[in-house]
Design a protein around this ligand. Structure first.
Ligand code: SF4
Length: 373
């Protein structure tokens, strides 16, 4: 098999998702899970789950059972703020929005300006803090209302987390943190403490609501180490175990397994103008044949094509996506046409998104945990 290494900060090589799930010891979503989800949502399972982009989990079934019984639960995920938010970063939030709407639950979102400052060279804390509020605009732009979405900016809202974080920290040894996250003696001590803060948010709803409220965390599978630890420490701290729902990585447009920060052409940034978006999509790697003639005769390979994966990620219309798949395979669709179709979709999504971001600008404070609890 191929070599790969996955920690929350590093993703390399070809990813075998089944093997990755096995190595992390997480469960795959089953037909049964999907059927239960279908029952609970009147048949309308979100396309990101149906299409297998979210594919693995820890304890998802327990959350669904709670939902069935009308018991309390909440949603949690977050982001390390940065200046290069890309369209892919919005994907787990789009699914989370669906959960909020379908199940009428509260959503806690952590912006880890502290961690970004601690682990990335070249950022001041003032910058990561400013970027936290900037990134929040894209989240709010997806249509959340302030009664459901509660934003925590770590360095500003630490009072909500600190008491929980110190309890968590006491349960985590330095060697556990080193083994889990690959820290060495040259990492700063802030980076070593940070997992306690990220884990603390998983227990915050239980504290705030004064009753057992486990969280469901929709996130990319490389975040599993944090939440495995969170599940490990939960019981001894008398908190419910958090559950997770894991996605695959967003493919890079240039053909990598994952969009990479070091190759700006591999991702579509929220701030890219239309010309940039068009250029990146038109230059994207595809699963197409080297010539038009061969494409017509043999068809392309959508399964290994990032352009197809983008259609799958952003187009809700199953029939439209299936048609692309079939037309590609059957040689009826050429890559140039297919890319233009994708460009049209991304262009209209982004222009609407940027407009909604601007509208969110003077409302950010309404969403902060500190104005509500
Ligand atoms: Fe990919 Fe579209 Fe070309 Fe098929 S037609 S290989 S899906 S770009």
């Amino acid at each position: 098999g191929q070599e790969y290494a996955v920690t929350p900060w590093e993703v390399k090589g070809k990813v075998d998702y089944l093997r990755l799930a096995k190595e992390f010891g997480v469960q795959l979503l089953t037909e049964d899970d999907l059927n239960l989800l279908k029952d609970l949502t009147s048949g309308d399972v979100h396309y990101l789950i149906r299409r297998g982009f979210f594919y693995a989990h820890r304890g998802f079934r327990e959350i669904l059972n709670r939902a069935k019984l009308g018991e309390s639960w909440a949603l949690y995920n977050g982001r390390g703020p940065s200046g290069d938010l890309h369209v892919g970063h919005l994907v787990p939030w789009i699914l989370t929005k669906w959960f909020v709407d379908k199940f009428n639950v509260q959503y806690f979102f952590e912006l880890t300006d502290d961690e970004k400052f601690l682990v990335r060279e070249g950022y001041t804390l003032e910058e990561t803090n400013r970027l936290a509020y900037d990134n929040a605009l894209s989240l709010i732009a997806l249509g959340f209302t302030p009664d459901k979405l509660h934003i925590i900016v770590d360095s500003d809202d630490i009072k909500y987390l600190y008491k929980i974080a110190v309890k968590v920290a006491k349960k985590l040894t330095l060697s556990t943190v080193k083994n889990t996250f690959g820290f060495t003696d040259s990492n700063n001590i802030g980076a070593a403490f940070f997992p306690a803060i990220e884990i603390a948010v998983a227990f915050l709803p239980t504290e705030l609501f004064g009753k057992e409220t486990p969280v469901l965390i929709p996130t990319a599978i490389d975040q599993d180490p944090y939440f495995r630890l969170a599940r490990d420490v939960a019981e001894s701290l008398n908190y419910p175990k958090p559950a997770t729902l894991y996605s695959k990585f967003l493919p890079g447009l240039t053909g990598e397994d994952k969009m990479s920060a070091s190759n700006p052409d591999s991702a579509l940034y929220v701030n890219d103008d239309e010309r940039e978006v068009r250029r990146k999509i038109m230059n994207a790697f595809t699963g197409g044949q080297p010539t038009v003639e061969l494409q017509r005769r043999l068809g392309g390979n959508p399964d290994s094509c990032p352009v197809y994966k983008y259609h799958m990620l952003i187009d809700e219309n199953d029939e439209a996506v299936k048609k692309i798949y079939d037309d590609c395979r059957g040689g009826r669709l050429l890559c140039g046409e297919c890319k233009l179709m994708l460009y049209d979709k991304v262009k209209s999504f982004l222009s609407r998104h940027r407009e909604l971001r601007e509208r969110a600008r003077d409302k950010v404070n309404d969403y902060r945990v500190s104005v509500k609890f």
